[in-house]
Design a protein around this ligand. Structure first.
Ligand code: DGY
Length: 325
């Protein structure tokens, strides 16, 4: 019997593909240029599964001519490139990779908070450039102890960050759509968004990108923050209006920004954001450790194998169409 066909429209980890290849036939786009959408649609006509990647928009249009698709999975927790309702309408379960990356992303997130508040990169640059003695006072650090961290989007990663913040002596407040009934377990306190912006020394974004969160951080939001606040985004770049952030930094509405995600991504080296001289930007490396990326890729492979066998995915976003086993 021929093996099911899994389309992979870009580069993913080889070890996971070797594992997946024991169960399926893999049809992978290996060119350096992005796979043209029309070619992907053509390949999907014969496919049983899709290993999606976050640069591909996965929606009803993409899968319209893919009658055999039984499962789609992607190696990320965020899925703003996927219109999950369109997959649900076709009874296709969609698997993402929560949990396995929680601690890695929280570690990177808190590393950004600590590095930015003590201006580690700027200070290290002074040593490298032989200017130690002339170091100016504008790269003096700020204390985290006895300061307040405000988290927008308190899910598993936010909770993990809050533990690290408490270890540094910070008070943690949060804003979600709804106050969490279990907030006492995490020693965090709910605030409405405006109160959180006004009260926080560090404003931390860890929300998913949705219609509601798109450009949530605009000029008005930055005006509500303290002038000496640190703004940190580890969620998605488009939650922030980048022009408004550049404005807020240049006008002194806020003090500094530390970003794992930007809009656009990749951020060009001559982008005005970098010219503010008040940012620490890293290239979307929240989950980018060898162990975590391996765990994410293996979980994605497992979700595809299970979906092809008509079994429940380990981690499924649209549980209503997850196989029942
Ligand atoms: C995700 O998985 O959505 C994160 O952006 C990875 O860093």
């Amino acid at each position: 019997m021929s093996k099911p066909v899994v389309v992979v429209p870009g580069l993913v980890r080889k070890d996971a593909l070797v594992y997946l290849g024991e169960h399926v036939t893999i049809k992978q786009w290996t060119e350096k240029t992005p796979m043209p959408r029309e070619t992907l649609k053509e390949w999907l006509k014969e496919a049983d599964a899709l290993w999606s990647i976050n640069t591909v928009k996965v929606d009803a249009d993409l899968i319209a001519d893919a009658p055999n698709l039984k499962v789609i999975a992607q190696a990320s927790v965020g899925y703003d490139n996927v219109t999950v309702d369109d997959l649900t309408a076709r009874q296709i379960p969609y698997g993402n990779t929560p949990d396995v990356l929680t601690e890695s992303v929280a570690e990177l997130a808190f590393t950004l908070v600590a590095a930015a508040s003590r201006r580690i990169v700027e200070n290290a640059d002074f040593v490298k450039s032989g200017m130690w003695a002339q170091r100016p006072s504008n790269i003096k650090g700020k204390d985290l102890s006895r300061s307040t961290l405000g988290i927008i989007g308190l899910g598993a990663i936010g909770i993990s960050i809050s533990r690290r913040a408490r270890a540094f002596g910070m008070t943690v407040i949060y804003n979600n759509r709804h106050k969490r009934a279990d907030e006492h377990l995490y020693m965090v306190e709910y605030r409405d968004r405006d109160a959180l912006l006004a009260e926080s020394d560090v404003v931390f974004v860890m929300a998913p990108l949705t219609e509601e969160t798109y450009h949530m951080f605009d000029k008005e939001a930055f005006k509500k923050m303290k002038n000496d606040a640190l703004f940190v985004n580890v969620g998605r770049g488009k939650i922030v209006d980048t022009d408004a952030l550049v404005w807020a930094l240049n006008e002194g509405e806020i003090d500094y920004a530390a970003l794992d995600v930007t809009d656009p991504e990749p951020l060009p080296a001559d982008h005005p954001l970098l010219q503010t001289g008040k940012v620490l930007v890293v290239p979307h490396i929240g989950s980018f450790t060898d162990r975590t990326r391996r765990d994410m890729a293996m979980l994605t492979a497992d979700n595809i194998i299970l979906g092809l066998q008509g079994k429940p995915l380990k981690t499924c976003v649209n549980q209503e169409v997850n196989y029942k086993g």
